[in-house]
Design a protein around this ligand. Structure first.
Ligand code: HEC
Length: 158
């Protein structure tokens, strides 16, 4: 009885600790989405850009917004270790560090540090797509297939 009570107190404490933080940051929680270990950039990530970002972020269609070209063949170079045009000193994708990556912040948070949430003025990405981008960055943001290895650190999933 005593143990159950202290567990309850701990649960309420933890919930109280995490929820206001999430609410304050205005970011979606992807904690409930299972981790994807095997991600292929061309087959899994690029289609998200093609379906939801492309008409604003393509060179083939004129001037890509924020200078960011998310066309197939261009997107990986434009994102990985590439500087943000909006936030000086930050990178769009920091391999292994999704929470430091402007790309993840822009698709995960209603109030990113700069500009608007992406896709701009549209419905946010489904949690499963947000999680896929998180996992891809977490697994090192490779241009090909990620290795199905276990990595510590996924407990940092927001
Ligand atoms: C309706 C047009 C539009 C759509 C659709 C759109 N964007 Fe954007 N994007 C913009 C504009 C305009 C900016 C610059 C202003 C801002 O950040 O709000 C921008 C900025 C960005 C930036 C910041 C670039 C930097 O240098 O810091 C990222 C990252 C980004 N978009 C990713 C995406 C992704 C990923 C998608 C699809 C899920 C997407 N955008 C969909 C118009 C769009």
């Amino acid at each position: 009885m005593k143990r159950a009570k202290s567990q309850l107190v701990a649960a309420v404490f933890l919930a109280g600790l995490s929820c206001p933080l999430l609410a304050a940051s205005g970011c979606d929680s992807i904690a409930g989405i299972p981790i994807t270990w095997n991600i292929d950039y061309s087959n899994d990530i690029q289609p998200i850009f093609n379906n939801r970002c492309s008409n604003c972020h393509v060179k083939s269609g004129g001037n890509p917004e924020a200078g960011l070209d998310l066309d197939p063949g261009a997107s990986w170079d434009a994102l990985v270790n590439a500087p943000s045009q909006e936030q000086l000193g930050r990178l769009l994708v920091v391999p292994g560090q999704p929470l430091d990556s402007v790309l993840f912040e822009k698709i995960n948070c209603t109030t990113p540090n700069a500009g608007m949430r992406m896709p701009r003025g549209r419905t946010p990405l489904p949690l499963a797509e947000q999680a896929l981008i998180f996992d891809w960055i977490m697994l090192g943001a490779p241009s090909t297939q990620t290795d199905a290895i276990f990595l510590d650190g996924f407990e940092a999933r927001p």
